[in-house]
Design a protein around this ligand. Structure first.
Ligand code: NAP
Length: 265
C-alpha cells in the first residue's frame, strides 16, 4: 500500500479511544465492552448492582492489555450519572465512545401493568439513555467529537409477540427517536449518535424467559426470523465497532437492525 492510500483495516481501529459501556457486567454489554477493547479501546464498565461481575469483565480486558475499571451507578439517577461521568474523566481524561446498553424488561399485559412498572421501565431504558448521553455528550461537545451508540430493539419497531410488554416497546421506540434527535442536535459538534436494534439475542435476560417457556424459541422467536434462529451477543459486535470507529464517520442518526430478518415480515 502506498503512503497516502487509505488503510481500510485501520478504519476499524479504536486504539487509544476511551469508552463507557453501561450494563457491561453480562450479556450484550459484556460482549460489546470486550469487542471495543479487542479493537484497542480502554473501557469503563457501569452497572447498578453487579459490581463483582463488572470487575471480572474489567479484569479480562486488562489481561488483554487495555485499561478498564468497573463503576457502580444507576443510569436513571442523574446524581449517579454525573458522578460516574466525572470518575471516568478522572481516570481516562476524555470519553470518545458511549454505549448506552443498560436496560430492563418488566413484562405485563397493558391492562395489568402498574404505573410503577411503567415508570421503572421508562426510567432505566429511556431516562437512562437521556441522562448518560446528556452528561457524556457535554464532554464530547467540549472535546469536539465522540460516538454514542444506543442499544434500542426490534421492539422499538414492531410489537413482538407473544409476550406483552408495551412499556418496553414504547421505551425502545423512544430510544430510537432520541437517537435521531441527538444526532441532529450534536452533528455540529462532531458527535455522532446511532443505535442498533437487536432481535432476539441469547442472554441471561432471554434465558429467564426460556426457563418458564422452553418452546418459545422454536414456536415464536426463531420462527419469526427469516434466518430461523435467535442471535448471539457476538453477532452485535461488528455493527457497534463500525459505529464507534472511523469506519462509521459518515453515519449518524441511524438505527441498524440486527435481527436475523425478524422484522422483514
Ligand atoms: P441483561 O443480561 O439483563 O443485562 C442488563 C445489564 O444492564 C446488566 O449489566 C445490568 O446490571 C445493567 N443494568 C440494568 N439496569 C441498570 C441501571 N438502572 N443502571 C445501570 N445498569 C443497569 O440484558 P441483555 O439481554 O444483555 O440486554 C442488554 C440491552 O439490550 C438492553 O437494553 C436490552 O433491552 C437490549 N436488547 C436485548 C435483547 C435480547 O434479546 N437480549 C434484544 C433487544 C434489545 P445490574 O443488574 O448490575 O444493574
Amino acid at each position: 500500500m502506498s503512503d497516502n492510500a487509505t488503510d481500510y483495516h485501520r478504519l476499524f481501529d479504536l486504539t487509544g479511544r476511551k469508552a463507557i459501556v453501561t450494563g457491561g457486567s453480562r450479556g450484550i454489554g459484556k460482549a460489546l465492552a470486550e469487542a471495543l477493547a479487542a479493537h484497542g479501546a480502554d473501557v469503563a464498565i457501569v452497572v447498578r448492582s453487579t459490581l463483582d461481575r463488572a470487575q471480572d469483565v474489567a479484569n479480562t480486558i486488562k489481561a488483554g492489555g487495555r485499561d478498564s475499571f468497573a463503576l457502580q451507578a444507576d443510569v436513571s439517577d442523574e446524581a449517579h450519572v454525573e458522578r460516574m461521568t466525572q470518575a471516568v474523566i478522572e481516570r481516562f481524561g476524555r470519553i470518545d465512545i458511549l454505549i448506552n446498553n443498560a436496560g430492563i424488561v418488566l413484562p405485563a399485559p397493558a391492562e395489568e401493568c402498574s404505573l410503577d412498572q411503567w415508570r421503572q421501565t421508562m426510567a432505566v431504558n429511556l431516562d437512562g439513555v437521556f441522562l448518560v448521553s446528556k452528561h457524556v455528550g457535554r464532554r464530547m461537545i467540549a472535546q469536539k467529537g465522540g460516538s454514542i451508540i444506543n442499544i434500542g430493539s426490534m421492539s422499538g419497531r414492531i410489537v413482538n409477540w407473544p409476550f406483552r410488554h408495551a412499556a418496553y416497546n414504547v421505551s425502545k421506540a423512544g430510544v430510537h427517536m432520541l437517537t435521531k434527535a441527538l444526532a441532529t442536535e450534536w452533528a455540529e459538534h462532531n458527535v455522532r449518535v446511532n443505535a442498533i436494534a437487536p432481535g432476539y439475542i441469547r442472554t441471561e435476560l432471554t434465558d429467564e424467559v426460556l426457563r418458564e417457556h422452553p418452546d418459545v424459541v422454536a414456536n415464536h422467536w426463531a420462527k419469526g426470523a427469516v434466518q430461523n434462529r435467535i442471535g448471539t451477543v457476538e453477532e452485535l459486535a461488528g455493527s457497534v465497532v463500525y459505529l464507534a470507529s472511523n469506519a462509521g464517520s459518515f453515519t449518524t442518526g441511524e438505527i441498524i437492525t440486527v435481527d436475523g430478518g425478524l422484522t422483514l415480515r
